[in-house]
Design a binder for this molecule. Structure first.
Ligand SMILES: [Zn+2]
Length: 94
């Protein structure tokens, strides 16, 4: 069973328990790099190959909060930071 969907609720993989976004600067709580950091991206990309919609919903859930924390940043820039890197094998064949 996917770690991202349990009882109909989107749940992030375990790596996001440690590598979480610190608000309002959105640095990772573990490695202090911009969130989503490399360990989170790696785990979510693996998950996205199986459940791409769940991964995008999880990340989109952070987008609204990020927009509030970065009111002067363009929404497209935030969208690219949070979601733009999620490319699946299915996307590549389109
Ligand atoms: Zn991190």
């Amino acid at each position: 069973m996917s770690q991202l969907l349990q009882d109909g609720v989107v749940v992030p993989p375990a790596v996001t328990d440690v590598h979480r976004p610190h608000r309002p600067d959105w640095a990772c709580t573990a490695c202090r790099r911009p969130w989503p950091c490399a360990p989170v991206r790696e785990a979510l990309l693996d998950e996205a190959q199986i459940h791409p919609t769940n991964v995008r919903l999880y990340l989109a859930g952070h987008l609204e909060a990020a927009c509030r924390d970065f009111p002067t940043m363009l929404a497209g820039e935030l969208r690219n930071r949070l979601l733009g890197w999620v490319v699946t094998k299915q996307d590549a064949t389109r």
